[in-house]
Write a protein that binds this ligand. Structure first.
Ligand SMILES: [Fe+2]
Ligand SMILES: [Fe+2]
Length: 173
C-alpha cells in the first residue's frame, strides 16, 4: 500500500473498525475483486487509511473531524459491491445502487452504533456520479480519498508490472 506506513493510523483503524473488520461481510470482501487490481476489502482499508490521514492533517490545523465515523464509513463504503454478477459493472445503476446496499449491510453490523455521519459518508461517496450531495466534512473527504485510492491502486500495479515486463507495454487494467 505505502512505502512508509503510519502504524498509529493502522492501529486506530483496527481498533475503531473492529466490528466491521471482523464481520462476515468484510471477510467476503477479501475475495471480491475490485477495480480489476484489488479487492473490496483492500481498497476499503486503503480508503480508510487515506481518509484518516486527511482528517489528522485537518485536526492539526484546528479543524475538527469525526474520526470514528470516518473510519467506519470508509471501511464499509463499498460493502454493497459484494456478490455482484459482474464485479466490474460501471453502469449508472450499479454506481447508484451499491452505496444504498452498503448502508443496509453496515446498519446490520453496527446496529445502534450507526449514525448520520456514517450514513452520509457511505450514501454520497460516489458524488458527483450520483445525485446526493455530501453534507458532512467527512463525506467530502471520502470523495477525494476514494478516487485517489482507485487511481493509486491501478497505477502502482502498472508501475510494478512495467518494471519487470518492459518488453510488454500492452498491459491493460
Ligand atoms: Fe463505491
Ligand atoms: Fe471505493
Amino acid at each position: 500500500m505505502y512505502e512508509l506506513i503510519d502504524m498509529q493510523v493502522v492501529d486506530e483503524i483496527n481498533n475503531v473498525g473492529k466490528k466491521i473488520l471482523s464481520s462476515k461481510e468484510f471477510s467476503e470482501a477479501k475475495l471480491q475483486p475490485h477495480h480489476r487490481v484489488t479487492t473490496v476489502a483492500d481498497h476499503s482499508y486503503h480508503v480508510a487509511y487515506v481518509s484518516l490521514k486527511i482528517c489528522k492533517m485537518l485536526n492539526k490545523k484546528g479543524i475538527e473531524t469525526d474520526n470514528k465515523s470516518m473510519i467506519i464509513g470508509a471501511l464499509s463504503h463499498d460493502l454493497g459491491m459484494l456478490n455482484r454478477d459482474d464485479p466490474f459493472d460501471l453502469s449508472f445503476l450499479n454506481m447508484a445502487a451499491h452505496p444504498k446496499r452498503s448502508v443496509k449491510i453496515t446498519k446490520n453490523i453496527l446496529e445502534k452504533d450507526f449514525n448520520n455521519t456514517i450514513n452520509d459518508i457511505i450514501v454520497n461517496h460516489m458524488w458527483p456520479c450520483t445525485f446526493g450531495f455530501p453534507k458532512s466534512l467527512e463525506a467530502r473527504i471520502i470523495i477525494y480519498a476514494d478516487k485517489y485510492c482507485a487511481v493509486r491502486e491501478r497505477t502502482d500495479l502498472r508501475r510494478r508490472y512495467m518494471a519487470t515486463h518492459l518488453n510488454k507495454p500492452t498491459f491493460e487494467v
